[in-house]
Design a protein around this ligand. Structure first.
Ligand SMILES: NC(=O)c1ccc[n+]([C@@H]2O[C@H](COP(=O)([O-])OP(=O)(O)OC[C@H]3O[C@@H](n4cnc5c(N)ncnc54)[C@H](OP(=O)(O)O)[C@@H]3O)[C@@H](O)[C@H]2O)c1
Length: 224
């Protein structure tokens, strides 16, 4: 990665996780584009974020526009809308890094792991978008509230980053680190199954132990 920061689109950046991620990215000096199903909603969310960030420029547009204009595209939408969203941006993301944060929750039993037929949301995205798109899966185990806070609370929520292309994974590790998270290379996109499944476990534990947003922490000191 060069010294200059990539422009990052957050599809579904009008919502909880994407809005929090966008906020942290803007604070860290990234150019951020909020994507939405409608231009108007994207623009409104961008205006609000810009105001929160003391006037920093934030763009807002519809998802295909945002995906076209960005270098890295992050998608934060409910699993029920993963495929409809992928369909609208498939052409726009060719040749790019596409970060999928989708957790394949199937309401109402969100505390139970229910992995999809395609293996995982990340694997579904990679299969659908094709080999020309470097799909990376990340952020499933970070509660949106930690990202929405004025200063992110990331001490106890590491990020597992999976994907088939090591350089693409590294670029996601780098922007996650730039916003203060501890992010780890965690292998191929098939391994996204683990982070996606873990979210239902964390939701269960939040309820059982009254935790505001449980996360995971990897032990051990990297020697590389
Ligand atoms: N919330 C968390 O703490 C958290 C943590 C880790 C992972 N995740 C995962 O990240 C993804 C986004 O979660 P979220 O909590 O941010 O979701 P959310 O706030 O409910 O929705 C995010 C955005 O998705 C768009 N959207 C598209 N189709 C939708 C539909 N049928 N219903 C509702 N919204 C729809 C909406 O944007 P437009 O209307 O602007 O298009 C919405 O603002 C999910 O896959 C979730 O499992 C969430």
């Amino acid at each position: 990665m060069t010294d200059s920061k990539p422009t990052i689109a957050v599809l579904g950046g009008t919502g909880d996780l994407g809005g929090g991620l966008a906020w942290q990215l803007v604070k860290a000096g990234y150019s951020v584009i909020i994507g939405s199903r409608t231009n108007e909603k994207g623009e409104a969310a961008a205006r609000a974020l810009s105001e929160r960030a003391g006037g920093k420029t934030v763009q807002g547009m519809d998802n295909p526009g945002a995906a076209t204009a960005a270098e890295i595209v992050v998608m934060t939408v409910p699993f029920s809308n993963q495929m409809p969203t992928l369909e609208t941006v498939r052409d726009a993301v060719q040749g790019k890094i596409f970060v999928d944060a989708t957790v394949p929750l199937v309401p109402p039993k969100v505390m139970r792991v229910q992995l999809p037929e395609g293996g995982s949301a990340g694997m579904i995205a990679q299969a659908y978008l094709g080999e020309n798109v470097r799909v990376v899966s990340a952020f499933q185990n970070v509660a949106a509230a930690h990202l929405q806070a004025d200063e992110g609370h990331f001490d106890d929520c590491d990020v597992l980053v999976t994907g088939n292309d090591a350089d693409a994974r590294e670029q996601v590790v780098q922007f996650a680190q730039a916003i203060g998270m501890k992010a780890w290379h965690a292998g191929s996109i098939n391994n996204s199954v683990v982070a996606e499944a873990l979210t239902s476990v964390l939701i269960f534990m939040n309820k059982k132990y009254k935790i505001a947003g449980a996360g995971i922490k990897i032990t051990g000191e990297p020697q590389v």
